[in-house]
Each structure stands twice: as structure tokens, then as C-alpha cells.
Design a protein around this ligand. Sequence first.
Ligand SMILES: [Fe+2]
Length: 499
Amino acid sequence: MHFNKNLNENMLLVSDLHLGDSSKNTTRTQYMKLANQVDKEFCCFLDYWSKKPLHNQPWHLAIVGDFIDFDQLTFKPNLNQGRGLNFSITSREKEWGLQRDAIRSSWMLETIFERHFNLFSSLVRFIAKGNKLTVLLGNHDLALYWPKVKETFKKLMLKLYLEQRSQIKGDFHLDEKTFLNKISILDWFLYYPGEFWIEHGSQFDNLSGVQYVLKPLNPVKQTLLEENVSTLGIKYFSNKIPGLSVHKIDYWLLPDFFKWFVKIGLKATLKVGKGYFDLLFQSFKYWFFFSRHENVFFSKEQKKLLTKLEKKYNFKPKTLNRLVKLHKRPASKNLYKLANAFVADRFFLFILVIIIIPGLFFYWKSSLIFTLFFFSLFIIFWLLKKAKATENYHTIPKLRKQARKAHKITKTPIILGHSHFPMLYFKNSKYPYYYNIGSWLPGNLGKHKNGECDCSFSYIKIDRSKTPVEISLERWCGVNHKPNGDYLMNFSKPDFVLD
Ligand SMILES: [Fe+2]
């Protein structure tokens, strides 16, 4: 970690590439086609900026979480072909996908490297030209927490470099150690004192974060990672439903689901219904066997790690503790919150009312008024819950609220990803206190109003030679549109139409 401003590296930040999320119901060839767009854009983006260094200084590229989507990655190894597989697949894994332990996650990572060969080759070229790479963990790539997976990532990058360096123009001829030293994988944050604080942002979201950011393990079975509402929903529901995009349903409300049911027809709707009950049952099992338990050892371990980090970054004692306190307690730890997140409370209430009201009416005809009163109460209750749930689900306000608090602690701008919506916020100040990088998911945003660019590949560029550092939120407008000032996004004056 370098804190010395004299080092003068400038930053490029991207987030939420979600490599692997096109794996559902696709063959290898279909996957490669789907993956091609993001690979192509990312390669061009890196090649473009590596030829255009700011003030002749190297770049430090940070991928701020959800780079690789282990949760939505549904590839399974072909056991007949095998390539020295050192694990077998259980019947549960055949049904619900591979567990995210260290060995299986390493296999998933190797597969992603194979299928996004062009993207990783361009990253290697970028580093070979003297730039640096930091990968931060997000909720979809929590598997990078495992030391074995971190090691696999670096090994695969080095292998690619050694294979390709003879063809790289402008290669710095790095030895193996120097090359590897240019790659870091960080479990929580990237911080430049007095300049900025960067983290993925899922810890500020009760549906996606984990209880202990530096120890994101299952409290009972420590060979596995902790799971939250988002992971459970993906594993036990959306991964099983063909054509369903988890990035879209995150923002759906009841009417959107009804529209979808009408579109897919009765048979598919019944399948979704079965999937929903599977999700509720499996999530209840997860709560009962794992998440309701506390692990005091993890809490102690995290405290020790926090003290170490505070010394490393010259923080005042307890500063990191204050930042950790801003993290939301995972909804999966509380049965009611878990049920509420999956709308199970309202669903069962609805069923109950459907059964009770006609019953009351039938056996207690004289009490029509009582029945109506009961029904009105239900409607009020339901609406209140619905409003509360909307607040719960929406990532953007949750992140903004916590970023404001984090800014008061670090006294620097807070930069997050996770929400997929590029934004910046001011509060009585010339400089924004919070930036969101947005995502690299194709088609995430609507069209630009002037129709010149409809891509969603937003990024942040930081010129560290300025004081305070100059942070610009921009977007890569596609291989045919080079970025320029006209494409600078400023969400304090929205120029985007959201889908
Ligand atoms: Fe995320």
C-alpha cells in the first residue's frame, strides 16, 4: 500500500463487472458471445487509457467489487473430462450449484479466466506497461477472501503474462516478483489518507453484507462463506429460473412481478411458484442451522485485524471500529427480516386472510361490519409493510445515508460501487462527499438524452497531482466513441433517463 503522494500514480476505478453472470442456461459458445461485449469494451478502455497517462504517471486501476460473480456462476465441471479435479460434486451441488469453498471457488475462477481470456489478457498488458491493479471484494466475489483463491488469481495472471509478454508492445520486462507485486486483492477498502476512501458498499446494505467484513465466513461451518438474502435469493431462486435477471428483479415491486407472470404464462408461473417455496424452505434451513448462531471468535479475530489495520494506516484508535459500526447487520441473521426480505410475511398473511375472511363471513354473517373492519386493518398493515419494504430494498438511499456518515469519519470523499447507478452527491460543499462508480453491465442504464451514447460503462478517474485530488465520474462510451468531456456524468443535474 502506498500513501506517499510523491508516488503520483493516478487512479482509474471501475466496479461491478459481474463476470460469470451470463452462465445461466447457456452453452460455452453462447456464454462467449454474451461475454464478448464487456470483454471488448474493457480491453479498449484499458488500451485507451494506458496510452494516455495523466502527467506521464502510471495508472492504478482498482476494480471496486463484484468483478467476478461467483454467486451467479452456474458452470459445473464435466466430471468425465476432468482436468485434475480435486473435488467431487455432491447431490446438493447438482441441484443448487457449487459450494463457495476455497477449492471450488478456485475452479470457478480458472473457468472465468478461460472464458474471459481477452479481458484478462488486456489486464495483463495494462500491468506489463507499468500500471498497478487492485481488486476489492464485493458481495458477489466474496470467494476472493480465501487465500487459495487470491493465490490462484495471481498465478493465472502471471501465467498469462509469461505466455504473452513477447507480444506486448511497451512491456516493462517485469520479473515475476515485480509483476505479482503490482497486483493486490483487498478484503475491505482502499484508502489514501486525506484523499479518498474506496470500498464496494455492500456492507451498508442489510441484504448483501456480511456480519464481519474481515471474516466473512459461515458462523458454524467455517469452510464456507456467509450467505445473505442476496446470495440465498440467487442460489435458491433466480439461478433456477431461465431468463431471469437478478439485477433487474432487485428493483421490482409487486406489479412488475404480475406483469412478468402474464408474460411467461401459467406453466412457467407455476414453476416460479415452486421455486419460491424452495427458496423459503432452503432459506429457513440456512437460518436454522447456520445464520442464527453467533461466532464470538470471529468478533475477536476481527477486532485484532482492525487494530493492525489502524496501525498500518495511522488511524486514530477506534476509527475503523466506527466505520465497521456503519455496516448493517445482515438480514439473514434474523428470521423475521429474512422472511420480510422474501415477502414471506405478507404472502402468508395474505393466504391467512383469504382463508379467514370467507370463514368469518360464512359462520358469522351478522358480523359483516367486524369482517370489513378486519379487512381494512389488513389493507393498512399490508400497505405499511410494503412501504417499509421498498425502503429496505432500495440500495441507493441506503448507501448514500451510510456514505455520508463514513465521510464524517474519514473526512475524505467516499467512493462505492454495488448500487450499479453512477452518482455523486454534494451537501453544502463545493466537493461531493460520495461517489458511486456504477457498473459495467451492458444495458444497465437507459439512453443518454441527446442520444449520442447508450452505454452504461461508467468509471472514475482520479488525478492525484491536484490538491484536493480531482475526481471525475465519466463513462466509456463504447469502442466507437472515445470518452471526452461531453460524456462526463453529473447526477446532481441528471442527464440520464433511467430504464
Ligand atoms: Fe454488490
